[in-house]
Design a protein around this ligand. Structure first.
Ligand SMILES: Nc1ncnc2c1ncn2[C@@H]1O[C@H](COP(=O)(O)OP(=O)(O)OP(=O)(O)O)[C@@H](O)[C@H]1O
Ligand SMILES: [Mg+2]
Length: 445
């Protein structure tokens, strides 16, 4: 209702009351008393309603307004409507805030909002895990007091001084996760605040390092034979030196180095093929006993120089799902290693067995060679890793064999286990889960 209308309504009522009081006063000859009494009643009425209003506004339990009439009832209703609207708005705002918080919590990055001075305003769950922040305990604490890494502090101060955020991220170790590296970025946020985003890049850094190591290793491995070849070729080009060159020895050396390079490139190709192979392992059944008899023949040929006693104990009924070419290269690599690294006249056992209880199939190669020191065991499956580089190279090893085995097994739901005792020998084994095993019952007739 418009203000003027209210005013006139109240004014007329007041005038009417006073007029009525004055009339009554004239009749009983007590005009001032009557007007005074009416005014007193009015004051009491207004006071009563004001007390009711104040009571209602200060009460948290009572949502509904007190009952009254006239203008007071309209005032109460008006306030009630406003309160209702506010409550609804607060509820909506609360929902928006909750949605924002949920979104920020679901971020794949750690997020911390700080003042430009560095005081923490808010952080999400990942920030608590990655940066080790405690919430709400760290509210208002300087971020540079909690992440005390010189690179981080320098990066942060750079912004505080220049008011422009450095584009480049900074790498810091995680205070909570050992060996983890966090990439930290700073983004301008509302009203001079800064949003600090952190992401665990340990895996990426590791892959990057592996890539660099891999290129360095391949170049190094190829450089040695190429240097030998180049040396002989230069000697051949020089007529004086060519005469002094021991003909067959040079050709033998060159041929050895070419074979080395060829085998290295072959191993690399096998490795990359296996890594890229997404073939469904359940498409074909591999006849492992049959495969083993072929591998046994090859092993015996390889063993001609060393004269090891090699025993093959193969379960004839156990086959598995898988990729034959990959499995063959895994089995062969382990057997070749045992032959290669066991001193002449050693004993090698190759076992392919079936575990009836679990339904799993298991492959083991054990030798009684020199064994491998504990510190090397975890690294053996890294590309190009060799316990004794010179010795391994002399026997033609490039350090890729066990890496190939690891990848093949990962593709076949298995894992390589290595145990070794220095001076006693080594054992390389792995088993395939029951769902990959095909056990062929032999008919009794
Ligand atoms: N049975 C074993 N006994 C002792 N040492 C072993 C045995 N098998 C592997 N090793 C050690 O592990 C290293 C890595 O083996 P891996 O098969 O990966 O490479 P490699 O045999 O040197 O080369 P490649 O297999 O590519 O020809 C070897 O260099 C060797 O030092
Ligand atoms: Mg090998």
């Amino acid at each position: 209702m418009p203000l003027a209308k209210h005013f006139y309504r109240v004014f007329y009522r007041l005038l009417l009351l006073l007029g009525f009081a004055a009339l009554l006063g004239l009749i009983i000859d007590q005009m001032y008393l009557c007007i005074g009494l009416v005014l007193l009643v009015l004051v009491l009425w207004y006071s009563y309603n004001l007390i009711q209003l104040s009571d209602w506004l200060s009460s948290k339990k009572n949502l509904y307004p007190p009952s009254s009439n006239g203008l007071w009832s309209e005032i109460f209703d008006g306030i009630y409507r406003l309160q209702k609207k506010n409550r609804q708005r607060r509820k909506e705002l609360g929902q928006v805030l909750k949605r924002f918080r949920d979104g920020a919590e679901a971020l794949p990055d750690a997020a911390v909002v700080v003042e430009s001075s560095g005081q923490i305003i808010w952080c999400n769950r990942l920030a608590r895990q990655l940066f080790g922040l405690r919430w709400p305990d760290d509210n208002g604490v300087l971020i540079t007091h909690l992440l005390r890494y010189p690179e981080f502090i320098q990066h942060f101060n750079l912004h505080a001084q220049s008011q422009t955020l450095p584009e480049e991220p900074v790498l810091i170790p995680s205070p909570t996760r050992r060996d983890s590296i966090i990439e930290v970025r700073m983004v301008p946020y509302a009203l001079g605040q800064i949003l600090i985003l952190g992401r665990d890049v340990t895996q990426m850094q590791r892959l990057n390092q592996m890539r660099k190591d891999f290129i360095a290793n391949v170049s190094h491995e190829l450089r040695t034979p190429l240097t030998v070849l180049q040396g002989y070729l230069e000697m051949m080009q020089d007529p004086d030196m060519a005469q002094a060159l021991p003909g067959t020895k040079a050709v033998d050396m060159m041929s050895d180095q070419t074979i080395r390079m060829f085998s290295l490139v072959n191993q690399l190709l096998v490795l990359s093929r296996i890594e890229a192979n997404e073939e469904n392992i359940f498409e074909h059944v591999v006849d492992v006993p049959n495969l083993m008899s072929l591998i046994e023949k090859e092993a015996n040929q390889l063993n001609a120089d060393k004269g090891h006693k090699i025993r093959f104990d193969i379960h004839p009924q156990v086959k598995i799902f898988g990729v034959e070419e990959e499995l063959r290269s895994a089995f062969t690599n382990l057997i070749k290693n045992a032959i290669r690294y066991t001193p002449a006249g050693g004993e090698i056992d190759v076992i392919w067995c079936y575990c009836k209880d679990k339904g799993t199939a298991c492959f083991k190669v054990s030798d009684n060679g020199d064994g491998i020191e504990e510190k090397h065991l975890n690294r053996l499956t890294e590309r190009f890793y060799r316990v004794d580089k010179a010795r391994s190279r002399a026997t033609g090893g490039s350090g890729l064999g066990l890496s190939i085995v690891k990848h093949v097994l990962a593709h076949h739901k298995s894992e390589l286990e290595i145990s070794s005792v220095v001076g006693e020998g080594s054992r390389f084994s792995f088993s395939f889960p029951a769902d990959m095993v095909v056990f062929e019952e032999v008919s009794k007739n």
